[in-house]
Design a protein around this ligand. Structure first.
Ligand code: AMP
Ligand code: ZN
Length: 455
C-alpha cells in the first residue's frame, strides 16, 4: 500500500501489519453535515483498504463533548451551551442525543463503527495527567488562571503543516495573554464563556480542558505512544493536528509520534455550510429529498479523497441512478450462493483482483476501483457466479451493499456484531441465542472467515 503522508508530503509505502489508527471525531452539539461525513467516509475507505490487505486495524475515534471554540471563525459562545439553549436541554443531553444521531448516520452510510469511541468528558483525568507531564517538561506557562502550551519550546512546531511565520501570526484568535500567537490553551480556569456548564477540578483550579489535549491524551491512552495513521479533514492539519503533535511529542518524548498523517479534502457547497447558520445538509436532509445514504457514499467514491468535491443535487442524482443500476445488475447475476469466504482469492479472476488491489493500494484510488467494479460486472467472459463473488469481495472496501437484496437495518448489524464478539470469546451459548434472535427478526446469518454475512 502506498499512501500520501501529509507529514512528508510524499507517497510512502505502508508496511505495518497491525494498524493503530486515530481519527478525530465529531463535536456533538448538532448533526454532522455531509461535509463532515465525507471525511468519515474517507477514513472508512482507508480502514477497509487496510483490512482487505490482511492488516488488523484498531480504530479509535474521539467524541468531542466538551464545549470549545474549535475554529477561528467561532463567535464567543460555547457550542455545547449554544446547542442546549437552542433545544432547551442540558449540555449532557445534547451530547448524548447528537452522539446517537452521529452513530445512526454512520450506520446508514455503512461506515464501520470505530473499534473504540471515547468521549472527552470520560477522560479528563488522562488530559490532566498529560498537561502535568508537559508542565514538568517546562513546556507550559500560566496567565490569568489559564495554562498555555509554549510553542517556542518545541522547535519542530511549524514542520507538520510547513507553516510560515506569517501564517502562524494570522491564523489564531488574538489573546494578549499568549507569548506567541500560535500558543494555545491546555486548561482553562478563566472561562471564555461566562456560562460554561462542564467543569472539573484540576491542579490549576476548577475549569475545563482546551480542545486539542483530548486527542493527544486519548490517543496515547488507547493506542500507546506510537500511532501508525492519524487522520481528519484538511482543516485540521495547520492547527489541531499541529497542536496535537506538539503536545504528544513533548509529553511522551517520542519522535515521530505518528507515522502517517492523512487528510481528506473538503466537500464544497455553493454556499458554505455552517452549523451556526443552520444551512447545512445532513443524511436526513438527503433522505427527505428521496435519496439513500448510500447514494452519497457512492458519490464520494467518484472523487479522490485529496481533491475537493463539489456538491450538487445533479451529481447526487447521477450517483443515485448509477448506484441503483449497479445494484440491480449485481442482483441479476446468477450465482450459486458461494461467498467470498468459501473461495480462495487465488481462484478468482486474477486480472480483476490485481487491478482492484492496485487501485485501492495506490493512495486509495477509489474512482479507479469503481471503474474496475463496473468492468467486472459487465464482463461476459467471466461467469456470473464468479463476477458475483468478485463484486462481493470488492464491496468489502467500497461498502455499497451490492450483494444484499435489501439494506440490513442497523439493529440487526449490531446484534450480528455482538454475536461475532461472543464467538470470538467462545461463548457459543450466547452466540446461538443471538443467531436465533436475528432469525426471529427475519435475517439468516452465515459465518465466514472474515466475520459474517447475511443471506
Ligand atoms: P467537527 O465536527 O467540526 O470537528 O468536524 C468533524 C470532521 O469533519 C473533521 O475531521 C473536519 O476536518 C471535517 N470537516 C469539516 N467540514 C468539512 C467539509 N466541508 N468537508 C469535509 N470534511 C469536513
Ligand atoms: Zn483530534
Amino acid at each position: 500500500m502506498r499512501l500520501y503522508n501529509s507529514g512528508s508530503r510524499t507517497r510512502e509505502l505502508f508496511k505495518s501489519d497491525t494498524v493503530n489508527m486515530y481519527a478525530c471525531g465529531p463535536t456533538v452539539y448538532h448533526y454532522a453535515h455531509i461535509g463532515n461525513l465525507r471525511t468519515y467516509l474517507f477514513e472508512d475507505f482507508l480502514r477497509r483498504t487496510f483490512e482487505i490487505n490482511g492488516k488488523t486495524v484498531k480504530h479509535v475515534m474521539n467524541i468531542t463533548d466538551v464545549g470549545h471554540l474549535t475554529s477561528d471563525a467561532d463567535d464567543g459562545e460555547d457550542k455545547m451551551v449554544k446547542g442546549a439553549k437552542r433545544e432547551g436541554k442540558t449540555v449532557w443531553q445534547i451530547a448524548e442525543f447528537y452522539t446517537n444521531a452521529f452513530l445512526d448516520d454512520i450506520d446508514k452510510l455503512n461506515i464501520k463503527r470505530p473499534t473504540i469511541m471515547c468521549k472527552a468528558t470520560d477522560h479528563i483525568e488522562q488530559q490532566i495527567e498529560m498537561i502535568q507531564q508537559l508542565e514538568q517538561g517546562g513546556y507550559t506557562y500560566e496567565v490569568n488562571g489559564n495554562v498555555y502550551f509554549d510553542t517556542s519550546k518545541f522547535d519542530r512546531y511549524a514542520d507538520l503543516a510547513n507553516l510560515s511565520f506569517d501564517s502562524m501570526q494570522a491564523r489564531v484568535e488574538s489573546d494578549n495573554a499568549k507569548r506567541q500567537p500560535q500558543d494555545f490553551v491546555l486548561w482553562f480556569t478563566n472561562s471564555k464563556f461566562g456560562d460554561q456548564d462542564m467543569q472539573w477540578d484540576s491542579p490549576w483550579g476548577r475549569g475545563y480542558p482546551g480542545w486539542h489535549i483530548e486527542c493527544s491524551a486519548m490517543a496515547s491512552h488507547y493506542l500507546g505512544n506510537k500511532i501508525d495513521v492519524h487522520c481528519g479533514g484538511i482543516d485540521h492539519l495547520s492547527v489541531h493536528h499541529t497542536n496535537e503533535l506538539a503536545q504528544s511529542e513533548c509529553a511522551l518524548g517520542v519522535q515521530p509520534w505518528v507515522q502517517f498523517w492523512m487528510h481528506g479534502e473538503f466537500l464544497v457547497t455553493t454556499e458554505k455550510m455552517s452549523k451556526s447558520k443552520n444551512n447545512f445538509l445532513t443524511v436526513s436532509t438527503l433522505e427527505e429529498s428521496g435519496y439513500n445514504a448510500l447514494d452519497y457514499r457512492y458519490m464520494t467514491l467518484l472523487t479522490h479523497y485529496r481533491k475537493p468535491l463539489q456538491f450538487s443535487w445533479d451529481a447526487l442524482t447521477s450517483a443515485k441512478h448509477a448506484r441503483e443500476r449497479l445494484h440491480k445488475k449485481v442482483q441479476g447475476l446468477h450465482h450459486a450462493g458461494a461467498l467470498v469466504g468459501d473461495v480462495k482469492l487465488s481462484e478468482l479472476n486474477e486480472s480483476y483482483v490485481t487491478r482492484f488491489m492496485s487501485a485501492v493500494n495506490d493512495d486509495l484510488n477509489m474512482p479507479l476501483a469503481i471503474a474496475v467494479l463496473h468492468d467486472c460486472v459487465k464482463d461476459h467472459d467471466v461467469s456470473e457466479n464468479e463476477r458475483y463473488i468478485l463484486v462481493e469481495w470488492m464491496d468489502r472496501v467500497l461498502g455499497l451493499n451490492l450483494t444484499l437484496s435489501q439494506v440490513i437495518p442497523p439493529k440487526i448489524i449490531e446484534l450480528a456484531d455482538q454475536r461475532l464478539k461472543a464467538r470470538e470469546q467462545e461463548d457459543y451459548a450466547r452466540s446461538d441465542m443471538l443467531r436465533d434472535e436475528i432469525l426471529s427478526l427475519g435475517y439468516t446469518i452465515l459465518d465466514t472467515k472474515e466475520g459474517y454475512i447475511f443471506k
